[in-house]
Design a protein around this ligand. Sequence first.
Ligand code: NAP
Length: 279
Amino acid sequence: MTAPMTLPIARQGNAIPIVGFGTSPLTGGMSPDIVVAALKAGYRHIDTGRKYGTEGAVGDGMRASGLPREDIFLTTKVSHEHLKADDFAKSVDASLAALKLDYIDLLLIHWPSPDIDMKVTMPALAKAKQQGKARMIGVANFTTRLLDEAVAACPEPLVALQAEYHPFLDQTKLLAAARRHKLAFIAYCPLGRGRLFDDPVLNDIAKARGRSVAQIALRWSVQQDVAPIPFSSNPQRIADNFNVFDFELSDEEMKRISALKRADGRVANPVGRVPGGWD
Ligand SMILES: NC(=O)c1ccc[n+]([C@@H]2O[C@H](COP(=O)([O-])OP(=O)(O)OC[C@H]3O[C@@H](n4cnc5c(N)ncnc54)[C@H](OP(=O)(O)O)[C@@H]3O)[C@@H](O)[C@H]2O)c1
């Protein structure tokens, strides 16, 4: 059995292509060529954010690929400094202008902030959907408590949660909360931003399977119905990371990989950004 190529969105009979492409390079810029390489390799889900400064390159790459707009699932995000209603709307308009697109497939709140007011922010997010600027809406980096509050305060259904997830980080509670709220789970830093590559267990499984460590980690995610969005600047690695649909990890391999979780596994953790901390 091979995994499905898409992750259903329970609420809307819609689907997210299960392996997406991240576009937040830590160093250097993002060129449209990288986005074209990802689309050529088969990715149909591209993740960007207002904060990354890559929306222009992403939009240009989408057009340069020659693919019809509706074949690509495009996510962008509103940053935590713009969660008040007017700022929020301006940020969405700036994203659409930078992308040179007339709609976003999935619009996310990028991070919560200590002074987030759900009664203001969630209607602002919903408004982008009601105005047709975003087909679907969701949140990123919300904890279980913030998720409950967001779902209760949002006039439109949320369909997705994006959060850090890879074998070094236990997200059992957050996954359960996302499932309870019928949210698709999108995993950022699915390669632990490069930290996974020296791990002996992952290397052992990769060697036994004739696969790369990245493919093993991404397949582990896909088999949990979680959508990873790896980034690479290298066309060979971009293609390699997408090639995870023709093998299946055994239950024992899945358990060995899940057992790699560790207390210091979190990669993205801006100080003071998450009200009340991660628990
Ligand atoms: N919502 C949020 O707050 C949030 C936060 C962080 C990230 N994100 C999103 O998630 C995406 C992915 O996260 P990320 O880029 O931080 O981390 P990542 O995808 O876990 O790791 C990317 C790193 O792994 C390397 N790499 C990729 N494939 C490889 C392979 N097959 N073999 C060896 N090295 C490989 C890349 O280097 P090379 O370029 O040299 O291949 C790059 O340094 C981002 O681009 C962004 O779109 C969202």
